[in-house]
Write a protein that binds this ligand. Sequence first.
Ligand code: B12
Length: 301
Amino acid sequence: MRLISVQSWKVDSTAYLRIGEVARRTGVSPELLRAWERRYGLLSPARSSGGFRLYGDDDVERVTRMRGNLDAGLSAAEAARLALAGAGSPPSTSEAAAGSRLALAVDRLLEAAEAFDETAIQREFDAAVDAFSTETIVAEVVLPALHELGERWADERITVAHEHFASNVIRGRLLGLARRWDQGGGPQALLACPPGELHDLGLIAFGLVLRNRGWRIVFLGADTPTATLADAVRSTAPQLVVVSATSAERLEAVARELRALRASAPLAVGGTGASEALADRVDALLLPEDVRAAADLAAAR
Ligand code: B12
């Protein structure tokens, strides 16, 4: 730590700033700045003779880069590592770098799926978990990879075996990220697919993002009989019940039961099978397909 006289506000053309001024310039609270200093050594203040921490323009630059990296979806540890390493690199560079890393992760997942290489899929996931937040992994890696997998399956570029293999490994990892999503003090959501509906990956993805907004999740998953769902609503008293399906018919088939459920809890419907008309009929909130926008809407209720 450098020791300077409190009178010398300029040393080697570096302006020395108090923490409040760094906070004002970067938009990061003094508490968070101190936490970043403690955890990652992101800031290296000088001390005034009176013992105040004084920061330089280089500290402001590192904090700005850290923010850019976080906004680009990097985990805090990775964002700090890059902010410390990349002297002078503007946030847009790290955003572009993070974007291409995400695209690469999607490509590698698909390549591994096509080779039935589970170890490579797990390795890609491990690397993504180290580098990105859960929400970024779900929205920017897993969903695009699943979508592309579906396209390749529909075009017969891969077989149903590849699709089954990849969706099972990915589902396992998503549920791994979901561990303890029932914990905490936030509102509770109960998630289920209607009878006959086996596509639950989108619902898991939505649950992970909603969890990130502070909600607790009770996940019933695929092919849930409506009577069981009603029992679960009675015993858990959730703030929101979310029912999702790929097929409109499977939601239509239980419209009357869903409408009845509405008397016990707020209801939302999602997935490609949900429509405005059905949502109106069962008095439910229609969730948009984008899981992040859907979680924002659900959480704002
Ligand atoms: C993986 C998969 C399966 C897996 C599902 C595994 C699982 N645990 O989910 C298995 C092998 C079980 C399966 C079975 C079948 N499948 Co399938 N499957 C797929 C595949 C390849 C990917 C689906 C997926 O999970 N995608 C990832 C999700 C997240 O993306 P998405 O479904 O596009 O959803 C988007 C949004 O709607 C949103 N979203 C999805 N769910 C939710 C929920 C909420 C709450 C919110 C907010 C948002 C949201 O997230 C996505 C973001 O863009 C698609 C192909 C494709 N192009 O999608 C076919 C697809 C969905 N399957 C299809 C079919 C026909 C079947 C089968 C009938 C095949 C068969 N002949 O047996 C069975 C039916 C099973 C059943 N009874 O439900 C069709 C559905 C057509 C339709 N609209 O009805 C598709 C589109 C393939 C095709 N092109 O024909 N399938």
